[in-house]
Design a protein. Structure first.
Length: 435
């Protein structure tokens, strides 16, 4: 292991800050969601791979009236870069790319390794599917992966999983002038939606007919994994979409369906989440007229290729003592100290929070770590709170901070400490024949 000159690493990162800023500005103003495929770049000649991952697709802008500036052209001041994708998550790709360049320029690519920088697509549609393709079709299996998703100055070692649930309800149509002749599917669904809201909002009191998801933080209901659940945070559910069919606007609806975004904490399984919905009072009330299922994802990429997978994204946590996590923590302490850092405009959200923490949302790590057990750790520019929001910004200082940390961390990583037990929690898979 080479002796690292941390001051030189920081100086090199700062020297590239203007270039990284320009690079990110260019991505914000030029990249289109539907225009790219997975991009993989390699630096070094070794047989083993350390990957730095980021996705280059973004969500849409939503209501343009909610933006104070052009989300595609963006803006820049002394501390911020604004524009769709700045935090989520093109800034991470900029930092990763320049980190690889720094490693080459400073002769800091670890012996025996390649550094792989990934710019993936379709993460916003189906997080992790791109890595299912990279793992199974391209046959690439890194030793560990650094995710550049925004971490608001922290080092993240896990996050909740999620799944996409669909509920379909059947009804019988009739003329709207005599609704009693039919069976309104929308009214049935209204009862179910109220129960879904109660499942998310209720407490875990024994007297509550629908016991809320917060129950998994209690050892009474989650004896094996309540401590991990408390680290990750409680599970959640929300109705995200609603659909219906009806012969006309003057007819009773004969079907209705909803999508449920279900976030899963430690101790919850895909089966338990489906059963919770199936056991809701309103679902049971309407019996065979209700179907509860898990979505499949089968949208084609820009190349036209379809990589079908289930809409299930496993929960995962890695140990804080694992060598890949420790490498980032040690690099941060050597470069910047043991507290989160940032520019003036970010510090009010960062101060007092632990350096080593977890994401609230989910990332490509649901496949990398959740499906395949490849150790993951996160450190990326920007903040989760900016993701998918109008007036999205990222912090210019974060770009060079992250680039410097990536360079130091891959050189501090000690593979001899990788004993195969990096995982603290990893949710079970479905057993379906899904690659």
């Amino acid at each position: 292991m080479k002796e690292l000159d941390y001051d030189k690493i920081k100086e090199a990162a700062k020297a590239y800050n203007a270039d990284m800023t320009a690079f990110l500005r260019a991505m914000i103003s030029q990249v289109k969601v539907d225009g790219l495929g997975n991009v993989m770049g390699f630096m070094g000649t070794g047989d083993k791979i350390i990957a730095i991952d980021g996705h280059i697709d973004t969500v849409g802008i939503g209501n343009r009236d909610n933006w104070d500036f052009d989300p595609y052209k963006g803006f820049e001041d002394d501390q911020l870069i604004g524009g769709r994708g700045g935090s989520d998550q093109e800034g991470g790709v900029a930092s990763a790319t320049y980190a690889a360049k720094m490693m080459k320029d400073m002769d800091l690519i670890p012996e025996g390794y390649k550094i792989m920088v990934v710019g993936s697509v379709q993460e916003e549609d189906c997080d992790g599917m791109c890595w299912q393709y990279i793992y199974n079709v391209d046959g690439i299996k890194p030793e560990f992966v650094i995710s550049t998703e925004p971490t608001d100055g922290g080092i993240y070692r896990g996050h909740r999983g999620r799944m996409e649930i669909r509920v379909d309800v059947k009804g019988v149509s009739c003329h709207g002038s005599a609704p009693e002749r039919g069976d309104n599917a929308i009214y049935k669904m209204a009862d179910i939606i109220n129960d879904v809201r109660a499942l998310n909002n209720n407490g875990a009191d024994e007297s509550t007919e629908i016991r809320g998801l917060v129950k998994m933080l209690d050892p009474k209901y989650n004896p094996e994994h309540y401590e991990d659940a408390r680290f990750l945070g409680r599970g959640t559910c929300t109705v995200s979409q609603i659909f219906y069919t009806s012969p006309s606007r003057c007819a009773v609806a004969d079907s209705c369906a909803i999508s449920i975004d279900r976030r899963m904490t430690a101790g919850e399984t895909y089966e338990s989440c489906l059963e919770e919905v199936r056991n809701l009072p309103a679902v049971k009330k309407y019996g065979d007229d209700v179907k509860v299922s898990m979505y499949m994802y089968d949208r084609p990429s820009w190349t036209g290729e379809v990589y079908e997978t289930e809409a299930y994204f496993p929960t995962w946590i890695n140990k804080e003592s694992a060598p890949h996590v420790k490498a980032l923590v040690d690099a941060h302490k050597a470069l910047f100290g043991d507290k989160r850092i940032g520019c003036e405009k970010s510090m009010d959200k960062r101060e007092g929070r632990p350096l080593c923490d977890k994401w609230t949302f989910s990332t490509n790590c649901v496949s990398i770590q959740g499906r395949y057990g490849i150790p993951c750790v996160g450190f990326g520019p920007g903040a989760e709170s900016q993701a998918h929001a109008p007036n999205e910004v990222t912090y210019k200082q974060d770009l060079s901070t992250c680039a410097a940390l990536y360079v130091a961390a891959v050189n501090l990583y000690d593979p001899s400490q990788a004993t195969g037990d990096a995982t603290e929690f990893r949710a079970s898979l479905t057993g379906n024949d899904i690659k």
